[in-house]
Design a protein around this ligand. Structure first.
Ligand code: ATP
Length: 138
């Protein structure tokens, strides 16, 4: 199988730069799989669980924040707020963030605050989900 060049940039670091066989991302209309030689396009990325196959059968799960992906001439760049591997996720911190967001959602809030709390809750729940992912390559 062919590969493509992938760069994943989070706001605090370059998360990954190298070759990739395929990547599955959480898009607004469901999961999207990107294979080599995909047509050029820009796709929104949602908070969710992305998975990339870096070598044959070796998958890496990533908890991603919101952002977008650009595909140009078999080079893929994903620019997201945050990106973490399952083993990097601080479960206690995510649980606390989830409880905080749930408590805020129980309070009377402006519509803007409500969207903010909902987004925090989605990030925390996604981190908790991804932290439990088993390595796919075992
Ligand atoms: P918190 O309220 O705990 O800060 P958050 O969802 O507001 O959570 P983000 O703004 O999404 O946090 O991320 C800020 C930075 O902290 C990023 O670098 C992100 O990768 C990291 N981060 C956030 N939560 C966790 C976590 N549970 N485990 C590991 N890194 C985390």
């Amino acid at each position: 199988m062919d590969t493509f060049g992938l760069k994943i940039i989070a706001s605090d670091r370059v998360f990954y730069e190298g070759r990739c066989r395929q990547i599955i991302i959480p898009a607004p209309d469901g999961e999207k799989g990107i294979l080599p030689n995909h047509e050029n396009m820009v796709i929104a990325v949602n908070v969710g669980d992305a998975r990339m196959e870096v070598e044959k059968g070796k998958w890496v799960d990533i908890a991603v924040g919101a952002g977008f992906m650009e595909i140009v001439n078999n080079r893929v760049t994903m620019l997201v707020d945050t990106a973490e591997r399952p083993e990097e996720i601080d479960i206690r911190r995510a649980e606390e963030a989830k409880e905080r967001a749930e408590e805020q959602l129980r309070q009377k809030q402006s519509i803007q605050e409500y969207y903010h709390s909902q987004a925090s809750l989605a990030r925390a729940m996604n981190r908790l989900k991804v932290s439990k992912e088993k390595p796919w390559n075992l």
